[in-house]
Design a protein around this ligand. Structure first.
Ligand SMILES: Nc1ncnc2c1ncn2[C@@H]1O[C@H](COP(=O)(O)OP(=O)(O)OP(=O)(O)O)[C@@H](O)[C@H]1O
Ligand SMILES: [Mg+2]
Ligand SMILES: [Mg+2]
Length: 325
């Protein structure tokens, strides 16, 4: 794997791009390394846990395992898994202080990881979500249930991921038990109206730089309501409506994310936002659509840094000429 082993000079005319992540063998990370290299960039895999930083007003630094100074990176792609949000965001912020461009800022990732805060921000900006309740005290469970229209309802752990912390309570009794059980474990949870008419389906819109580059519909496996691929959901290509596209783009903008996986559920009231992911997986969406999403992410960096491939420029016009003959 092309992990960082020491300071190298910038031998190519490509950019020097760090992939700040945890597992180099993950499909998404392999694809990003590959896509960057294909386009002539020097790709460096940076394991979040192996990076450390020097906080210094004049001379901030990021070092890598073994004492290597990470200097002159043009850009960093943060792919931060939920369990390392705190440290991963601190590192991303540090790269920003070194003037390294980060595809998704630390601030945007931090706020999108706070489910309650991001739902509040989305609502404030006029985006629709399923009716949701949140409380700290276990005293008013009944009213919380009433607030979202009674059972059946959804209970979500604020810290959950890949569908693991999402539960469907079919009856009021079940809802009370689940809410009180989670609360006795001191877990933060949301209570949400269950969108039954979605029939186990949801949409994942992949947004890069203010555009929906690909969308899939995910269908939960039989007997399951969660459409997450990790929960056995299957993905297929879908044509999303202009309204859904607008919703996805506005949600990414609201949270300040350059790259986002926006989950939308189709309800009788129209499309509703479920959540916005700052490190959306590439496997399901690339496989279903055949699109080169990793390449699109690299292109977003090139565009931001005003980088143009000198080689390609020379080749494309002559290709066009031969085609015209
Ligand atoms: N209110 C709801 N009504 C019906 N189905 C829902 C509702 N909320 C979630 N689901 C289903 O459960 C799945 C998981 O929910 P959600 O996306 O909120 O959690 P998650 O993927 O675990 O999120 P995170 O990654 O932030 O933990 C959704 O993709 C959707 O299929
Ligand atoms: Mg989700
Ligand atoms: Mg998620």
């Amino acid at each position: 794997m092309n992990e960082y082993y020491g300071a190298t000079s910038n031998q190519t005319s490509g950019l020097k791009i760090g992939l700040l992540a945890s597992n180099p063998d993950l499909y998404s990370n392999r694809r990003l390394m590959e896509a960057g290299e294909e386009r002539g960039h020097e790709m460096i895999f940076l394991n979040i846990k192996q990076c450390y930083m020097k906080l210094d007003a004049e001379n901030p630094e990021v070092h890598y395992r073994g004492g290597h100074l990470l200097s002159s990176l043009d850009a960093v792609i943060p792919r931060i898994k939920p369990s390392v949000t705190f440290y991963g965001c601190a590192l991303t912020r540090h790269f920003e202080s070194l003037d390294t461009y980060t595809l998704n800022s630390a601030e945007a990732i931090t706020q999108s990881r706070d489910k309650l805060y991001s739902l509040q921000l989305l609502l404030k900006n006029g985006l629709d979500i399923p009716t949701t309740g949140f409380a700290n005290s276990p005293m008013d469970t009944n009213d919380l249930i009433e607030m979202v229209g009674g059972a059946p309802l959804i209970v979500k752990l604020l810290e959950g991921a890949q569908g693991r912390g999402v539960v469907l309570a079919e009856t009021k009794k079940a809802a009370e038990s689940v809410i009180n059980a989670f609360k006795s474990l001191r877990a933060n949870l949301l209570v949400q109206e269950f969108i039954k008419e979605a029939s186990g389906k949801d949409l994942r819109c992949f947004v890069i730089d203010g555009k929906v580059v690909a969308s899939i519909e995910r269908q939960a496996s039989p007997g399951e309501f969660r459409a997450n691929i990790h929960q056995g959901g299957t993905a297929s290509v879908v044509k999303v409506t202009a309204e859904e596209k607008k919703l996805a783009i506005k949600a990414s903008k609201t949270l300040g994310l350059k790259v986002a996986g926006v989950d939308i559920i189709r309800s009788d009231k129209g499309p509703l936002l479920l959540e916005v992911n700052s490190s959306p997986g590439l496997e399901g969406i690339e496989t279903a659509t055949g699109r080169d999403i990793a390449g699109e992410m690299i292109r977003a960096i090139e565009k931001k840094l005003n980088w143009k491939p000198a080689m390609l420029e020379a080749v494309i016009p002559s290709n066009l000429e031969t085609e015209q003959v």
